[in-house]
Write a protein that binds this ligand. Structure first.
Ligand SMILES: [Fe+2]
Length: 239
């Protein structure tokens, strides 16, 4: 910090003495010598001492209180809904979110682990449904934030909250995979009907619309597409 302040006046002084004393051919040489000297000073002292470019790391280790606790509704956006209505919808939607994240991840697991003669079509179908469930996850979480709540997000919290039975780590046969998925879909759909009725009664039309138009319709369609894989049907000769 002290060296640039001391060094700064020296540079113009050197130029002043060099200019009148020296003839024309000498002046460029003096400039050449001055330029590296300035570069050396910049490298040694840094550019602008008022700006520290080092990120302030590890702030999580001494964080103050969180902005908002999970399970509360504190941000009141002007959307025409009372606090008790928002809190009721947020509670329902977090349950729906935990179950939908779980179903989404079941689809990816089964996409990787599927075996057998229907491998190709199930491999592709599972991934299509995974992508569609991922869209639903985002819609539910953002609805929770709009309502002033806090969306559940991390795997450990999702596992605690989800109503879908834990899926084993093991690789399972395709019909078992499909049966698990259908059970998860049905649990979600039963909650959809229940929550749609409650949100309608409470006057939360936006949540009701999300539940009916997006969640219910998408889950019903996916149930159809995977259910057909459990129907025994002759491939080449009708019985
Ligand atoms: Fe893949």
């Amino acid at each position: 910090m002290a060296s640039p302040a001391k060094a700064a006046p020296k540079a113009p002084a050197a130029k002043k003495t060099a200019a009148p004393a020296a003839k024309k051919p000498v002046a460029p040489a003096a400039k050449k010598a001055a330029a590296p000297a300035a570069a050396n000073r910049s490298a040694a002292t840094g550019s602008n001492p008022a700006v520290n470019v080092q990120p302030i790391l590890n702030q999580q280790n001494h964080a103050p209180a969180p902005i908002q606790k999970y399970g509360t509704v504190t941000q009141r956006l002007p959307i025409g809904l009372e606090d008790n209505v928002r809190l009721g919808s947020v509670t329902m939607l977090n349950q729906m979110l935990a179950d939908t994240i779980t179903l989404r991840d079941m689809y990816k697991k089964h996409h990787w682990q599927v075996v057998g003669p229907t491998f190709y079509q199930l491999h592709l179908l599972y991934d299509k449904h995974y992508e569609e469930q991922a869209v639903l996850v985002d819609s539910i979480a953002e609805r929770i934030q709009i309502l002033g709540g806090v969306a559940v997000a991390m795997a450990a919290d999702v596992a605690e909250l989800s109503s879908i039975p834990r899926v084993p780590r093991d690789r399972e046969e395709a019909p078992v995979q499909v049966s698990r998925l259908l059970d998860a879909h049905q649990r979600i759909l039963k909650n959809c009907h229940d929550y749609a009725k409650k949100s309608d009664d409470a006057g939360d039309d936006g949540t009701n619309d999300l539940l009916v138009s997006e969640l219910m319709r998408t889950n019903e369609l996916q149930v159809w597409f995977i259910s057909e894989h459990l129907v025994e049907s002759p491939l080449t000769r009708a019985k």
